[in-house]
Ligand binder design. Structure first.
Ligand code: PMP
Ligand code: GLU
Length: 397
């Protein structure tokens, strides 16, 4: 028998990827499953970016790349941070990685010692907690619920700080809630952290472009904390480039250098073709990105309208990303005569088997009273999926 490392016992499988895998398996068996579990734009990568990648191959970009990424790409990211976000990271402070996922684990592995605490507001993206554990840190959750638009108060965050707190990580726009922090809210959070100069702030801005309320705001824009803000971003969401695997950070120089050292032993530089395509994407017109964001906005309105017609769901109005995260706890304890729903996982399985729609339970996002719908799919599929769910839920009494 093969004995695995005990590290595996401390972490759980990514629930988003597990549900996506399950719905693919059911689809392969011929079941008409509508997949609302995976957070991935349903759009193709814009043609001009694909063309840039093809050209990169023909131009000979086929060799190992510098561990931190090509200099011209890091220059373009540095400029993007400045122009779009009011952030000042020199190219030496930028590290390009194989997806924002790798960017985040690089940072956590670079800063955490055993037992160091990381404050994570819940609901949070599934991988934050597990990555902290992989780095032998301790996730410290700060709970907020639908009535707070899933945003913790500054007082709640401050109450979670201890002498062991090393970092604070959050996403805005948020996966899974779609909540967006305003400039004023970020300023208040930053002001509080100003009192704790040891704490590193990790701002995950991967949904920057999918924002329905206007300008995206970054916490690193405030001068009094900017020297300890790591800003995470990438190409997956805003440019429909999930499969290309390209993420990046702007970070204090020491952290960027640590990430280079780690990444140099793990994966080396990011794929050369993806880097050339990303450079081209960042330097070209954002029209396709804006069109995709507009489509997500329209779908958000559609999904909210349809979900409001289902009894017993408590909703916030997501202002960004492409998720809805209703509180479904009013269904707990109900039964259709055969199946009793005891928790969000039971409800997801009930919906999967009775409505042929795959969604994700909120427990892995730190909110066991909720479920997550990804609305990154067509209007027709969304309308059909929610109608099926409505029918299935009507049988629960
Ligand atoms: N952060 C958040 C909040 C996400 O939803 C995702 C999506 N997987 C990532 C980071 C990682 O993105 P990627 O690795 O595709 O760049
Ligand atoms: N971020 C996406 C999601 O939340 C992709 C899946 C993943 O990487 O976990 O569904």
């Amino acid at each position: 028998m093969i004995k695995l490392a005990s590290r595996l016992n401390t972490i759980v499988e990514s629930n988003t990827l597990r549900m996506a895998k399950l719905s693919r398996e059911l689809q392969a068996q011929g079941k008409d499953v509508i997949n609302l579990s995976l957070g991935e734009p349903d759009f193709q990568t814009p043609q001009h970016i694909k063309d840039a990648a093809k050209k990169a191959i023909d131009d000979g970009y086929t060799f190992y790349t510098p561990v931190v990424g090509y200099l011209d790409l890091r220059q373009a990211i540095s400029k993007k941070f400045e122009i779009d976000n009011g952030l000042y990271y020199t190219p030496e402070q930028i590290v390009v990685s194989t997806g924002a996922k790798q960017s985040i684990i690089n940072v956590l592995l670079s800063i955490l010692n055993v037992g160091d605490e990381v404050i994570i507001p819940t609901p949070f993206w599934v991988s934050y907690s597990e990555m902290v554990k992989i780095a032998e840190g301790v996730p410290v959750y700060v709970h907020s619920n639908v009535t707070q638009d899933y945003k913790p108060t500054v007082a709640q965050l401050e109450a979670a700080i201890t002498s062991k707190t090393k970092a604070f990580i959050f996403s805005s726009p948020c996966n899974p809630t779609g909540s967006v922090f305003s400039k004023e809210e970020l300023f208040e959070i930053a002001k509080m952290f100003e009192k704790y100069p040891e704490i590193i702030i990790i701002a995950d801005e991967i949904y920057e472009h999918i924002n329905f309320i206007g300008k995206h705001e970054s916490i690193g824009q405030f001068n009094f904390i900017k020297d300890r803000v790591v800003t995470v971003n990438g190409m997956s969401k805003g440019f429909a480039m999930t499969g290309w695997r390209l993420g990046y950070i702007g970070a204090p120089k020491e952290i960027a250098q640590a990430c280079e050292k780690l990444q140099g032993q793990f994966t080396s530089g990011t794929n050369s073709i993806a880097q050339r395509a990303a450079l081209f994407a960042l330097q070209s017109d954002l029209k396709p990105t804006i069109e995709m964001a507009n489509a997500f906005h329209r779908r958000r309105d559609l999904v909210i309208k349809l979900l409001k017609e289902i009894e017993g769901l408590k909703l916030n109005i997501p202002e960004g990303a492409f998720y809805v995260f209703p509180d479904v706890s009013s269904y707990f304890g109900k039964s259709d005569g055969t199946t009793t729903i005891n928790n969000c996982e039971d409800l997801c399985m009930y919906i999967l088997h009775n409505a042929n729609v795959s969604i994700v339970g909120g427990d892995s996002f730190g909110a066991p009273e909720c479920v997550r719908f990804s609305y990154a799919t067509s209007d027709e599929k969304l309308t059909e999926a929610i109608s099926r769910i409505k029918n299935a839920l009507q049988h629960l009494k």
